[in-house]
Design a protein around this ligand. Structure first.
Ligand code: ATP
Length: 296
């Protein structure tokens, strides 16, 4: 079996403060893993340490303490680099190139076999047909992000690392990006997705981690994160009610769940279902980051 695509253990990254000699921990005692085939969401307020963590994962920054392993190997090694596709927060390619020229250049740098036909297909996949030979200086932010997605997908990576890939995209483009993420995951890629878009994370991720002030403040499957521990919703129909009308709902704490059901039955109500109460990811995010003291 393949080892973990990402393993982060007790990661700490300190930066020097702008003024003075003291340093602060942008990432502190962070441990987590990404399993093969998983889509893991990475959330946190501005300045929480997400990009710093991603740079450590990519081998662009050296941890102050702890370590990162990718399939058991050190980040940045040629062996793991070939298996990773990276979509940066702010794609920064030279304006004088066209998407096709960039794909050609990246293919030769990465020693890929891909040629013009594959590159045109890739650009079609990210919805840039007709723009293949236009210089990037004419591209909007969202179009540059599509170029960076094409470059990340070019090597059919085993791991896609995405740092806020949909910032600046319109809703249609966001949906297309999301579809590509799901297609890539179905192809077999594991995905590490840092995003401020909670609805996007909720829609595509299997699991999520919430970071605040460099520390992990929540982690779990979407089901575990969204499910409240101790509140339930009873859906029921009162006696003599019209079968075609909407059923009623009652939200109760677990401590009185059984007695409420008994009481409703005694009143002649028909209990349709009892479900745990789910919160939105936004509620989970706000409560986890607020109890950790907010953002920066
Ligand atoms: P955002 O959501 O705004 O992109 P983030 O979660 O990605 O934020 P980071 O960019 O990792 O956060 O920054 C974490 C902290 O480290 C912030 O306080 C930031 O100002 C600081 N920081 C980041 N890079 C450096 C650097 N090169 N030198 C000094 N401080 C830095």
């Amino acid at each position: 079996m393949d080892s973990l695509p990402i393993e982060v253990r007790n990661l700490e990254k300190s930066y020097r403060r702008k003024l003075g000699l003291s340093s602060f921990k942008a990432v502190d005692s962070l441990s987590f893993e990404l399993h093969t085939g998983e889509i893991l969401g990475f959330l946190g307020p501005n300045g929480a340490g997400k990009t710093t963590t991603i740079k450590c994962i990519l081998g662009l920054l050296r941890p102050s303490k702890g370590y990162v392993r990718l399939w058991g190997d050190v980040p940045g090694s040629g062996k793991v680099r070939r298996r990773i596709g990276y979509v940066p927060e702010n794609p920064d390619y030279e304006d004088i190139f066209t998407p096709l020229e960039l794909l050609d250049m990246f293919a030769s740098m990465r020693r890929l076999e891909t040629g013009r036909k594959e590159h045109l297909e890739l650009l079609e996949r990210v919805n840039l047909s007709g723009w293949e030979s236009v210089r990037l200086r004419n591209f909007s932010k969202g179009m540059r992000q599509r170029v960076s997605l094409a470059l990340a997908l070019q090597s059919r990576p085993d791991l896609l690392v995405m740092d806020e890939p949909t910032g600046g995209l319109d809703p249609v483009a966001m949906k297309e990006f999301r579809d590509v993420i799901l297609e890539e995951n179905r192809r077999g890629a594991s995905i590490f997705l840092s995003s401020h878009l909670l609805s996007e994370v909720e829609a595509v991720c299997h699991r999520a981690i919430i970071l605040s002030k460099g520390r992990k403040v929540a982690e779990g499957t979407m089901e575990d994160l969204l499910r409240t521990e101790d509140r339930f919703v009873i859906t029921y129909r009162p006696p003599g009610g019209d079968a075609s009308s909407e059923p009623l709902e009652k939200e109760v704490p677990e401590a009185v769940l059984q007695e409420t059901i008994d009481e409703l039955r005694r009143e002649g109500c028909f209990i349709e279902r009892v479900n745990p109460l789910y919160r939105s990811l936004e509620e989970v995010f706000l409560s986890a980051t607020e109890s950790a003291g907010g953002g920066k």
